[in-house]
Design a protein around this ligand. Sequence first.
Ligand code: ZN
Length: 166
Amino acid sequence: MHCPFCRHPDSRVIDSRTSDDGLSIRRRRQCPECGGRFSTTETASLMVIKRSGVLESFSREKVISGVRKACQGRPVTEADLAVLAQKVEEVIRQTGVSQLDTNEIGLAILGPLRELDEVAFLRFASVYQEFDSLEDFERAIGDLRADHTASAENHPDAVKADSADG
Ligand SMILES: [Zn+2]
């Protein structure tokens, strides 16, 4: 990293922090030659191995086009899809991998899609996880129901202490 002030070919990192979205690292640097300070933003490359074996850069657009069909007729906006794709990228980047296959992307999509729309989630999961019987759907729906029940039980309003009128 050349110093932008004196072109010195080396610099010292004095601070580095991950951006709020977790997608890049911002570093404060200081030039040992002139003392000038500057920042750099680094984004690690994320590669996807396609089924054909071809390597291509991860793209949020591909994630969106992959789930769009499952979201047809659902109350899901383009903005929702953009947020979903960003979440998927965050999930993947947090694992620290630099390469993954399309199957692993499908897996990373499931969580955020489930939060967004459960029907779209079921549609996507049925294709991605190759549901081939009603039992597969029943199991997936059963999981969703179980989570609904669990979150209802954790609701703080459900707990009310009896009033003591001593
Ligand atoms: Zn310098």
